[in-house]
Structures are given as structure tokens and as C-alpha cells.
Design a protein around this ligand. Structure first.
Ligand code: NAD
Ligand code: IPM
Ligand code: MN
Length: 373
């Protein structure tokens, strides 16, 4: 029997609740299709940080590197200053393993009410660059009106170092954070997006940009993306300002296929698409790279509903299916996908609380497992 080692980082808030249901679905698919998962659970998140002062140690990264993939719930809690866990765990993982693609499909399902009436099915996918842009971590707050801070950022493709310096007069409080994009960073994600669109039988990729207001950074993005698009002569690149894109998405969400985004816009556009397909509890995602890939819902730790059972675990379940496809267990992935679709189509009043029904997190997970058989 084939066996896989999966790093499992439940994290904070609803993370443990939703990934538990995803794990159950994977194990059920394994029993059906004859593969076995060894789950290696990691405790990192708010409680561990508050107890030990540790976010994510390098020793854990070395262990995780030996796993076949990773399933992550979400990190972040109201009791910890924003950024500490998110940058210290989630972004550290993305950057360390050079997970340069954040793939976030958005699909409508039978039985799921959508906020916008559509003529067809929303079947879109955000290809979000996952290592650059305003996520580089280069920035500083001005002290006494001055910034004079050295920086060094390491990425798989390059290292960038320098000094950020500015003087404000009068010397009031201020802060600056820099967005960075590079040719190799843009090239690899653009090729990925075009190949994905091609595989989906589509002829166009939409780029979410904003060169009108941020011409240095996003003007460069447009030029470089256009150049790479030239490698795909049968296909076209549509560049749209991200503000206009959001308006079009809200009005005609079923008219998009692959949407290529720099990191920050991709974050926002993927939440919008999740909302348009019914809710964050349906938005799955994968952080894909050439080393360890990590599967994680679009949503966060949802502290407002943590512990109430109201969390919809289907995004995490869909992540599990993406993860199985990634490690080569395609039949298991399909079984989970079909089980989820058939549960949603038939669930009626027993649909997840998030979708207006009464089914609590564990009940939703159990219903999917039952469908897996
Ligand atoms: P969020 O996605 O956690 O929640 C936004 C809203 O959607 C909330 O009202 C929440 O209840 C609801 N929601 C989210 N997931 C749901 C689900 N599965 N079922 C039902 N309802 C769901 O976003 P936020 O409130 O901005 O962030 C909360 C915390 O999570 C913050 O600390 C943030 O930094 C962190 N976060 C982590 C990740 C991650 O680790 N991948 C992603 C996003 C946010
Ligand atoms: C996401 C989250 C993260 C992001 C945060 C928690 C750093 O919002 O995965 O979408 O911005 O990438
Ligand atoms: Mn987000």
C-alpha cells in the first residue's frame, strides 16, 4: 500500500476544527483507494507562541521538508499582534519552501446560494504570485521623523539587500513599506498562469494590475508579463486595473477564467471570489512550489466563530482534495470532490451554517465522509 507523510499544522481559531474534517475525508479516501497517510501534527500558532515565544523553529522546517505535502488550517489570533504569527509562520513557510504559486480556484456548486445571479457557473482561478510585491517585508516606521534601516531579504531566486532611508520634516510619525517585483519572479508565475489557462482550454489570461497609480512597480509588471505572454502566440493577455476588475467580478463573476495577480491584489481578489461563490468556507488554495507544497483555505482563523461549530470545513476539505491530486492520488482527489458536490447538491436544510443551513462543522465533515463510502 502506498504511504505518504503529511505535515499537518492546524493553527488557530477554526483551523483545528476545519482541518480535522479535511483529515477525516483524506483518510476515508485512503481506505477506499488503498493509500495511507502518516499525519505529522505541528503545534505552531498563538498558544504555542504565548507559551514558548517561538513561532516556527528551523528544526521544524527541516522535518517538514521530508514530508510529501502540508495541510495548514490558519494562523492568527486577536491575542497576538497582527503579523507576528502570519509572517512568522505562514509567510515564513511560503518563502522558505519557495511556494511561488498561490493557486486559488473559485467554483460555484449546485445547492450553494450565490449573492449574484449568474448565467453560467463561476469557474475561475486566481494565480497569485506568492513571494514578492508588498509581502517582501521591507519597511520601517520613522522614529523622530527618520527612517534609516538596513534590510536584507532572501528568496530562492535572489537576495536583495540595501538601506531604507528617509527624513520627514516636520518629524512626525510615519511608516514606509516597499513593494518589490523581479523579472524572474514575474516570469515563472506568468508561465504557470498561461500553461494553466491552456490546460483549461482557454485562450486568455487576465492580469490584475494598477499601473495607472503605481506605475513604477505595476508598469514593470505589465511590461514583463506582456513579454512572457509573447511566448504563447495562440493566447492573449488582458491587463485590467484591479479596481475595475473587482467591479466586473461583482457584476459578471462567471466571465473570468485564469486571473493572474501580484501578491497583494491576489489576496484581495481571492476573498472576493470566495464571497461570490457562496462564502469563504468554500475557498480552497494551494501554495505550490518545486519543494514542499502547502494546502490551506483562503480563509483565516475566524476567531468570531471559533469553537461554535459554525465553521464551514468544505474549503479545507477541498484543500485536501487539491493536496491528494498534487501527490498523485488523483482518484482519491476525485472521490472527495464528488462527495462534496453530491453532499452540497442534496444537503438542503442540512447545508453548512455559513450557507444558511443548520449543519455544524463536524456534521458537514461526517456527511462528506459518508458520501466517500
Ligand atoms: P477570516 O477569513 O478569518 O474571517 C472573515 C469572516 O469570514 C469572519 O466573519 C469569519 O467568521 C468568516 N469565515 C471565515 N472562514 C469561515 C468558514 N470556514 N466558515 C464560516 N465562516 C468563515 O479573516 P479575518 O477575520 O480577517 O482574520 C482572522 C485571523 O486570521 C487574523 O489573525 C488573520 O491574520 C488570520 N488569517 C490567517 C490566514 C491563514 O493563516 N491562512 C488567512 C487569512 C487570515
Ligand atoms: C491569506 C492570508 C495571508 C495573506 C495573511 C494571513 C498573511 O490573508 O492567505 O490569504 O495575506 O497571504
Ligand atoms: Mn487572505
Amino acid at each position: 500500500m502506498k504511504s505518504y507523510k503529511i505535515a499537518w499544522l492546524p493553527g488557530d481559531g477554526i483551523g483545528p476544527e476545519v482541518t480535522e474534517e479535511a483529515r477525516k475525508a483524506v483518510d476515508a479516501a485512503g481506505a477506499k483507494h488503498e493509500f495511507k497517510i502518516e499525519w505529522v501534527r505541528y503545534p505552531f500558532g498563538a498558544a504555542h507562541y504565548q507559551r514558548t515565544g517561538e513561532t516556527l523553529p528551523d528544526s521544524a522546517l527541516a522535518e517538514m521538508a521530508l514530508c510529501d505535502a502540508m495541510l495548514l488550517g490558519a494562523v492568527g489570533a486577536p491575542s497576538v499582534k497582527p503579523g507576528i504569527l502570519e509572517r512568522g509562520i505562514l509567510l515564513k513557510l511560503r518563502f522558505h519552501f519557495d511556494q511561488y504559486i498561490n493557486l486559488r480556484p473559485a467554483l460555484t456548486y449546485k445547492g450553494v446560494p450565490c449573492p449574484i445571479p449568474t448565467s453560467g457557473r463561476i469557474d475561475s482561478v486566481v494565480v497569485r504570485e506568492n513571494t514578492e510585491d508588498f509581502y517582501m517585508g521591507v519597511g520601517a516606521a520613522a522614529e523622530g521623523g527618520n527612517i534609516n534601516t538596513p534590510f536584507e531579504v532572501k528568496r530562492e531566486l535572489y537576495k536583495v539587500s540595501g538601506r531604507l532611508s528617509a527624513a520627514f520634516s516636520p518629524g512626525h510619525a510615519a511608516a514606509a513599506q516597499v513593494g518589490i517585483l523581479t523579472r524572474p519572479g514575474i516570469e515563472r508565475v506568468t508561465r504557470y498562469a498561461f500553461n494553466l489557462a491552456k490546460g483549461r482550454g482557454e485562450k486568455e489570461v487576465t492580469l490584475a494590475s494598477k499601473a495607472n497609480a503605481v506605475p513604477i512597480l505595476y508598469g514593470f509588471l505589465d511590461e514583463e508579463t506582456r513579454r512572457v505572454a509573447g511566448e504563447f502566440p495562440d493566447m492573449s493577455l488582458k491587463i485590467q486595473n484591479v479596481d475595475a476588475l473587482c467591479c466586473h467580478l461583482a457584476r459578471k463573476p462567471d466571465s473570468y477564467g485564469v486571473i493572474l495577480c501580484p501578491n497583494l491584489f491576489g489576496d484581495i481578489v481571492s476573498d472576493l471570489l470566495s464571497g461570490l461563490t457562496g462564502g469563504l468556507g468554500l475557498g480552497a488554495g494551494g501554495n505550490i512550489g518545486d519543494k514542499l507544497s502547502m494546502f490551506e483555505p483562503v480563509h483565516g482563523s475566524a476567531p468570531d466563530i471559533a469553537g461554535t461549530g459554525k465553521a464551514n470545513p468544505l474549503a479545507a476539505v477541498l484543500c485536501a482534495a487539491m493536496m491528494l491530486a498534487h501527490i498523485g492520488e488523483n482518484e482519491g482527489a476525485q472521490t472527495i470532490g464528488q462527495a462534496l458536490e453530491s453532499y452540497l447538491a442534496e444537503s438542503g436544510a442540512k447545508r453548512p451554517v455559513e450557507l444558511g443551513g443548520s449543519a455544524l462543522c463536524m456534521e458537514v465533515g461526517d456527511a462528506v465522509v459518508k458520501k466517500i463510502g
